[in-house]
Ligand binder design. Structure first.
Ligand SMILES: [Zn+2]
Length: 201
């Protein structure tokens, strides 16, 4: 009995650190009672599934909001820079017109449209993180509609200079909660951290 328990402990320890797969199960089964084998197989299979689920989730973003090099410009492009009558609420990313813009994460389009300030825009709500990603000045109307569900890396539109704009760029914001009413956060640390994509997914 003592020997069996120590075997279980070894198996569970190995499985817990993600080294073991189903190969660990026969080690328990070799000289333990059948119930032990079943315990080991079930637990190891469960962990393997969990590990796979975690790997799949990690592959689903967050991704950088545009394809290609991040050109963050000067301090003028940063959050909090002075604008006429207000402070800049996001980070500008400079890229040639038409550069694909992609969804940072799985989410739902809180709003997509066009106005004189934002130009063609998308507000993408990420329910998992409780954040809204804002894309402005897109070259053409968004490729998605308000209410659409989108997946991480999906194409939303292209870089442009519609609305209040002085040169092709993405004006990008991260706001707390759903929509534009939440406090803007500095996108810079996230932009430096998020995985770049080579093409839309
Ligand atoms: Zn801006």
């Amino acid at each position: 009995m003592r020997r069996m328990l120590s075997k279980i402990r070894v198996t569970t320890t190995i499985a817990a650190i993600g080294v073991a797969t189903t190969a660990a199960a026969p080690a328990v089964a070799a000289d333990g009672p059948k119930v032990t084998m079943h315990f080991g197989v079930a637990r190891v299979a469960g962990w393997a599934q969990e590990a796979q689920a975690r790997a799949a989730a990690a592959a689903e973003g967050p991704f950088a909001p545009l394809i290609g090099e991040l050109d963050l410009g000067s301090g003028e492009a940063a959050l909090g820079a002075a604008r006429s009558g207000h402070l800049h609420a996001g980070q500008d990313l400079f890229a040639p017109a038409g550069t694909p813009l992609t969804a940072v994460a799985d989410g739902v389009v809180a709003a997509a449209g066009s106005d004189g300030g934002q130009g063609n825009y998308v507000h993408l709500y990420d329910p998992e993180r409780g954040l809204t990603y804002v894309y402005m000045h897109m070259v053409q109307p968004a490729a998605v509609d308000t209410g659409d569900r989108v997946s991480a890396g999906q194409r939303l539109g292209g870089v442009g200079c519609t609305g209040s704009c002085w040169g092709d760029h993405l004006h990008f914001e991260i706001r707390a909660g759903r929509g534009m009413s939440g406090e803007p956060r500095d996108p810079l640390p996230a932009l430096r951290d998020w995985e770049p994509l080579k093409r839309p997914r």
